[in-house]
Design a protein around this ligand. Structure first.
Ligand code: SF4
Length: 247
């Protein structure tokens, strides 16, 4: 299995499971490629990202049994599968099953939805939509978005609990594009929540960081299509205890 890092938030009994796979997208600002460690470990994660680019994690990979061994004494209410693209790991379903059976965890998968994993033991998916416009999507990720948008609908049709996520990138993915994404989701079901993240710039990328006002204005536009739109901006501080590194 391609799990290289585990981070645990004791205040929420939440475990972040980080996978390192060869992602099918090639996003121009892939934060994982700058720093593969959990953001919750740092007081200032954005400062960490502005440092040297790291190309791969330095730890060995864990098997599902090794993960379960490392967390045997920890309560796990929720497990979040993150990293590059967890769906590409063939052992993700086994780990999700073990977490369900042994910990009773609520399993959340963050995915770009280019490929769909076995979702039997996944309770909720957070699907990232980089762009609705095909050309913009190609420009940002190097990959067409038709399959991703089709898979988004397919996940919904399977009655999986799901959210969408996108990133406001000044000068590239702005209010009009976010509106198109919201309209697409709203046609499927206006009750699907959308989170809009503020882009923060990294070395070698031409776009600046987004402001809270820009993100909130885009969210306001998206609320014409969707019942629940949240923002995640650079000014927001983490709540709860500091995250600990389990592995
Ligand atoms: S989908 Fe996520 S992991 Fe993959 S390249 Fe884009 S930002 Fe990186």
């Amino acid at each position: 299995m391609r799990v290289y890092h585990l981070a645990y938030d004791a205040s929420a009994a939440s475990l972040d499971v980080h996978f390192w796979t060869a992602c099918s997208l090639h996003c121009r600002a892939c934060y994982v490629a700058y720093n593969p460690l959990d953001f919750g470990l740092f007081d200032d994660p954005i400062a960490e990202l502005s440092k040297t680019k790291i190309l791969c994690p330095d730890s060995a990979y864990l098997s599902p049994d090794q993960v379960m061994g490392l967390i045997k004494d920890l309560p796990v209410k929720s497990a979040v599968f993150v990293g590059t693209e967890p769906s590409l790991d063939p052992e993700l379903p086994e780990l999700a099953r073990l977490l369900h059976n042994n910990k009773g965890s609520y399993n959340i998968l963050l995915t770009n939805a280019f490929q769909l994993a076995d979702m039997s033991d996944i309770d909720e998916l957070i699907v990232s939509i980089k762009a609705f416009d095909r050309q913009k999507h190609l420009e940002y990720t190097g990959v067409d978005n038709i399959r991703i948008l089709d898979n988004f609908k397919s996940i919904y049709c399977r009655r999986k609990k799901m959210q969408a996520e996108t990133v406001y990138i000044p000068g590239f993915i702005e209010m009009d594009e976010i509106e198109r994404i919201a309209a697409f989701i709203g046609e499927i079901d206006p009750a699907i929540p959308l989170r809009i993240d503020a882009f923060f710039t990294v070395p070698g990328v031409k776009w600046r960081s987004a402001t809270a006002d820009e993100v909130e204005a885009a969210a306001e536009r998206a609320r014409a299509y969707l019942q629940k739109v949240n923002c995640l901006t650079l000014e927001m501080k983490r709540i709860g205890e500091k995250v600990i590194r389990v592995y």
